[in-house]
Design a protein around this ligand. Structure first.
Ligand SMILES: Nc1nc2c(c(=O)[nH]1)N[C@H]1C(S)=C(S)[C@@H](COP(=O)(O)O)O[C@H]1N2
Ligand SMILES: [Mo]
Length: 175
């Protein structure tokens, strides 16, 4: 139920897609189709898709996005860890999402919800590397939402821990 608006941008008529949750993206921001195994599927109120009504990503697509690396301890690991991944904010911006609720679901169907407004803040990262190496499923991979826990007391809360979904494979944006 997206609508299409045409208007002038940089002297040319551009098309923008507007969705219920206030998601807006320009048509030129089309997402290529994944070439490898799909590791993440995003559905719901998103403005950019590459497979029907969903946006699917292989590892290379995630690696090509803006990346953030930080060191922190976690309550699940021993000693300081280095994580690299896509800030949730960057992923949501890429998909034209600016409002609603984000539901993050793992391979084992564990899921956690957060307001998109929270996910757009600095902090949560969809990590694909731990200490420079891909994470196995046994090692909470291949994708793990992590926060720079040591950087803020706000990230050392049950709320942040519950949103630290490991073995993540799906995100849904609810308007
Ligand atoms: N995939 C997955 N991620 C998850 C969970 C889970 O059960 N499965 N539990 C969450 C919750 S509610 C919290 S508080 C912490 C719990 O971690 P713990 O069980 O190691 O204490 O991880 C979060 N991430
Ligand atoms: Mo929890």
């Amino acid at each position: 139920m997206s609508s299409v608006l045409g208007f002038v941008r940089n002297g040319v008529i551009a098309a923008a897609f507007v969705l219920g949750a206030g998601a807006v993206a320009f048509a030129q921001d089309a997402l290529p189709a994944p070439q490898g195994d799909v590791v993440l599927t995003v559905s719901g109120a998103i403005a950019v898709t590459n497979d029907g009504e969903t946006a699917t990503f292989d590892r290379a697509m995630l690696e090509a996005m803006p990346a953030e690396t930080f060191r922190t301890t976690t309550i699940w690991t021993e000693g300081e860890q280095e994580f690299t991944g896509v800030p949730l904010a960057a992923l949501l911006e890429r998909l034209g999402v600016s409002a609603g609720t984000l539901v993050a679901t793992a391979i084992n169907d564990y899921s956690a919800e957060m307001p998109v407004a929270d996910a757009l803040q600095a902090g949560p990262v969809l990590a694909y590397l731990q200490n420079g190496a891909p994470m196995s499923r046994r090692g909470k991979g291949p994708l793990w939402i992590v926060y720079p826990y040591d950087a803020s007391a706000d990230f050392q809360t049950e709320v942040a821990y519950s949103r630290s979904v490991w073995q993540l494979d799906r995100l849904t944006v609810v308007p």
